[in-house]
Structures are given as structure tokens and as C-alpha cells.
Design a protein around this ligand. Structure first.
Ligand code: SAM
Ligand code: FES
Length: 345
């Protein structure tokens, strides 16, 4: 019988047990090489050498949730909290627009200050000022009605990582009142409302098993999201996972390649967490099938405060520096950072 990675390349419609077998190949250099080669071949069929760029605006680090891994969790009393004003958010967009960004991502903790009405106002304002730009929200779990209001106000895309598709694992990463079922339901609601949807998981989060990762892949196959965000887990010193080991760069790259093959047209970022774990992590991500980067547009004065994990990169640079740096990084591996919305094909 052919090796499992060759069978996957021929027909990626794998079951959970086949994914388990596939993930075990992450330590086989020949399998890794073949999968990355295939991932790059596929991304180039759909996206050529283009890399899309998203301007990330981290607009609040207040959060009502208490995910055990996250530095901005409610119980971290050492976190210095901030919220951007509407004017500050608009200034980030203006700066980003001038630098060539045509997608803005509003990301934040689950902050009750931003009521549906406030969010709708901000969404409308951004879409009126920049009608040709795509607006992505990454603001957590909301009701169907709230998602509907945001969609009607003009939001185009929504990022909500499922974090782990295994119920038991989910419970080890989150307090009791959070639930995987609710999170998955949110993703299906977002799909119904016509958002381009992004799911995803951390790689190497505490207690994660190969079986859990296989379940993540099965879930992604079922959900068919337009975007998938994955990055290594990185400990934060003020959480109970402070002493846990970080996720591996190699496993993240392996999974990026697998996800590209599984969902050929997916928009797949080479994440900041990957760049934090390895100075060339984002470049390596692009060489494993990623086709999106998300430089930071948040005001420099607040960047360190949006500390999800330790040693996060790009916290001291101005947006223009970040844009320039990213352009050079992308070019260094033979790709081109482009100025376009970069919708799913
Ligand atoms: N509140 C929104 C939500 O829940 O989707 C968006 C913000 S949340 C901080 C963004 C993502 O950061 C999470 O989905 C999680 O995967 C990631 N994250 C949080 N803590 C992390 C850590 N310690 N290491 C790596 N990624 C982390
Ligand atoms: Fe932010 Fe390099 S991408 S400084």
C-alpha cells in the first residue's frame, strides 16, 4: 500500500483515524517535503504568487471570558486594559488605507462596552469611508441576531477559531460556562448569514493529542470555512498555562500544508504566533501553503497591551514599518504582497 501522505494527496477525504495516521508523518522528512510541495503547487493554482494582506486593528483587550491560555483573560488582573475610541479606530483604517490595505480586521476581547449598536455604528462608518475594502470581525461569540445586524451593517468576514474540536479538550482549555457546542453553532450561524468564515485552532495547546488534531481536521472538512487561522500555542506568564511548553513550529507548518491540500482555496494566514516562535516562521508558513499575512495596524502605544502570549512580535513598530517589513519578508521567499481585498475564490 502507498504511504498515507501519498494517499492523502490523491484523495484528501480522510476519516479521523486516517488523519491520525497522517499526523504521525509529521516526523518523516520525506512526507513533510512531499506535503509542502503539494500545498505550494495547489496554492499557486488558485492564487499564483500573491499574498493577501489584512490590517489587524486590536481595538480592545477587555474580555469577559476566561480562556485558560489567553493573556487578556478576565482574571488576569495584571493586564493593563484599553479600548480604542471610534476616532482611533478610524485613524488606524486611514493609515492602513494609505499603506495599501484593502481588508481591515477588527479584533478584540469580548467587551460588553461595544454593544451591538456601537459595533453597527463603527462597521457602518468604516464601510462608508472605505466601500471598496473588506471588513472582518473577530469579536467572539454573539447571538444570531447580533451577527445579522453586523452583516447588514456591512461586515464581510468573521474569524472565530473553534480552538479545538474535541469536547473534552475544549473543557480543559476553558471554564465550564464556555462550550464547544456554542462556538461551533456560532460558526454555522455566521455561514448561514453569508459571512466568509474563518475557523482554526492552536497547535500544541496543553493536553492536545494527535486524536484532537485529527478531529480538528475532520471539523474543518465538515465546516468548509473560507479561512483557517492556526498558530502555535505560546504560554503567557500570567495564566495557569505559564509553565506549559509552546506548540511546535514544525507541526504548525505540517498542518498548514495539510489544510491547504484539504481545502485547496482556503485563505490561510502565516500568523504572528508562528513569527513569534521562529524569526522566519511567517516565511516558512508561506512556503508550506499559507497565502495571507496580517500586519498590525493598532496604535503602537497599545500594542504591548494586546498581549495574548509572551514575546509577541511587532509590538514596537509603526504600521508603515510593519508593512515594509512584511513586503520584504514575502518577497524574500518569492511571493508578492498585493493590494487587493483578497476574497475567497
Ligand atoms: N475574542 C475573540 C475570539 O475569541 O475569537 C478574538 C480574540 S482571541 C484573543 C484571538 C485568538 O488568539 C484566539 O482565537 C486564540 O486562538 C489565540 N490565542 C489566545 N491565546 C493564545 C496563546 N496563548 N497562544 C497562541 N494563541 C493564542
Ligand atoms: Fe511587523 Fe515585521 S511584520 S515588524
Amino acid at each position: 500500500m502507498k504511504p498515507v501522505y501519498e494517499r492523502f494527496i490523491e484523495n484528501p477525504d480522510f476519516t479521523k483515524s486516517e488523519f491520525v495516521e497522517l499526523i504521525k508523518c509529521a516526523e518523516d522528512p520525506e512526507a513533510v517535503r512531499k506535503l509542502k510541495e503539494e500545498a505550494v503547487r495547489i496554492r499557486e493554482i488558485y492564487y499564483g504568487k500573491k499574498v493577501f494582506t489584512r490590517g489587524l486593528i486590536e481595538y480592545t483587550n477587555y474580555c469577559k471570558n476566561d480562556c485558560y491560555y489567553c493573556g487578556i483573560r478576565k482574571s488576569n488582573t495584571n493586564a493593563k486594559r484599553y479600548r480604542l475610541t471610534e476616532d482611533e479606530i478610524m485613524a488606524c483604517c486611514e493609515n492602513g488605507y494609505e499603506l495599501g490595505f484593502r481588508t481591515f480586521v477588527l479584533q478584540g476581547g469580548e467587551d460588553a462596552y461595544y454593544t451591538d449598536d456601537r459595533m453597527v455604528e463603527i462597521i457602518k462608518k468604516i464601510k462608508e469611508a472605505y466601500p471598496e475594502c473588506a471588513l472582518t470581525l473577530s469579536i467572539g461569540e454573539k447571538s444570531y441576531e447580533s451577527y445579522k445586524k453586523f452583516r447588514e451593517a456591512g461586515a464581510d468576514r468573521y474569524l472565530l477559531r473553534h480552538e479545538t474540536a474535541n469536547e473534552e479538550h475544549y473543557r480543559k482549555l476553558h471554564p465550564e460556562k464556555m462550550s464547544l457546542a456554542v462556538r461551533k453553532n456560532c460558526l454555522y450561524d455566521l455561514k448561514k448569514l453569508g459571512y466568509q468564515v474563518g475557523a482554526g485552532m492552536m497547535v500544541g495547546s496543553p493536553y492536545q493529542t494527535t486524536e484532537d488534531l485529527a478531529e480538528d481536521l475532520v471539523f474543518l472538512k465538515e465546516l468548509q470555512p473560507e479561512m483557517v487561522g492556526i498558530g502555535p500555542f505560546i504560554p503567557h506568564h500570567d495564566t495557569q498555562f505559564a509553565k506549559e511548553p509552546a506548540g511546535s513550529v514544525e507541526m504548525t507548518l505540517f498542518l498548514l500544508a495539510v489544510i491547504r491540500i484539504l481545502l485547496p482555496k482556503v485563505l490561510l494566514p502565516a500568523t504572528t504566533a508562528l513569527g513569534t516562535m521562529d524569526p522566519l516562521g511567517r516565511e516558512k508558513g508561506l512556503q508550506a501553503g499559507a497565502n495571507v499575512v496580517m500586519p498590525n495596524l493598532s496604535p503602537v502605544k497599545n500594542r504591548k497591551q494586546y498581549e495574548l502570549y509572551d514575546n509577541k512580535i511587532c509590538t514596537g513598530e509603526e504600521a508603515a514599518e510593519c508593512r515594509g517589513c512584511m513586503g520584504r519578508r514575502v518577497a524574500s521567499v518569492g511571493y508578492e504582497l498585493v493590494t487587493e481585498r483578497g476574497d475567497a475564490v
